[in-house]
Design a protein around this ligand. Structure first.
Ligand SMILES: Nc1nc2c(c(=O)[nH]1)N[C@H]1C(S)=C(S)[C@@H](COP(=O)(O)O)O[C@H]1N2
Ligand SMILES: [Mo]
Length: 206
């Protein structure tokens, strides 16, 4: 408890705002700003050179470029974001294309049940396809009304509100559909395969 409070102070948070307790999973505190959490460096990508491929168990592999991506119908949403290092930011506004819309362009095969999300520089993370198909799961290109900042994943990042933040891969370059689940980068290094914050699935105990 003491540790949580001190970490909260590090980000200038004051615990959990009045009336917000049911929005904050166990072991999390609320931070007013979105911290930057990068594995190593934050790549500077150009939208002109960016591509996102859909590969693996699909009828036809595709690669979307920036104009093709922006031509898809975007939605707006306000959701909460929970990082496994215990900060939560409430009411983050995203604009982006539902992941289902993008994946369906490649016609997934019925055997596809899991996805490996690939980020620029070799970042990977696994997510169940059923989770990715929830309407609030987006490939976001705007945060708080502005194009993503480079550090937050420009030009396109994944947003999976129902999972800890490490599943929300930044600088997304590919989705690979799979029949069997496989660990990504953090999952290989001790993080939970599923990462549901409401079940406090932070680490795997295998
Ligand atoms: N490609 C990539 N995506 C990533 C990460 C990363 O290091 N590389 N960090 C993850 C973690 S641990 C979190 S909490 C969120 C943080 O998003 P933010 O930096 O926009 O706050 O990005 C996730 N996506
Ligand atoms: Mo995180």
């Amino acid at each position: 408890m003491e540790i949580i409070r001190r970490m909260g102070n590090m980000f200038g948070a004051r615990g959990i705002p009045e009336g917000m307790h049911d929005r904050v999973p166990k072991g999390q505190y609320v931070t007013p700003k979105m911290p930057v959490m990068n594995l190593s460096y934050g790549p500077r990508l150009s939208a002109d050179d960016w591509r996102m491929s859909i590969t693996g168990l699909v009828e036809r592999e595709i690669a979307l470029d920036w104009p093709a991506f922006l031509a898809l119908v975007s939605v707006d949403e306000v959701v909460d974001f929970h990082c496994v290092t215990q900060w939560s930011r409430l009411n983050v506004r995203w604009e982006g294309v539902p992941v289902s819309t993008v994946i369906d362009l490649a016609s997934p095969k019925p055997e596809a049940r899991y996805a490996m999300i690939h980020g620029s520089g070799g970042y990977t993370t696994n997510v169940d396809l059923a989770v990715l198909r929830a309407p609030e799961v987006l490939f976001a290109h705007k945060m708080d009304g502005e194009p993503l900042e480079p550090n937050h994943g420009y030009p396109v990042r994944l947003v999976v509100p129902s999972r800890y933040g490490w599943k929300s891969a930044k600088w997304v370059t590919g989705v690979e559909l799979m029949a069997q689940d496989r660990p990504g980068f953090w999952e290989t290094n001790g993080y939970h395969m599923r990462g549901d914050p409401w079940r406090e699935e932070r680490f795997s105990h295998a």
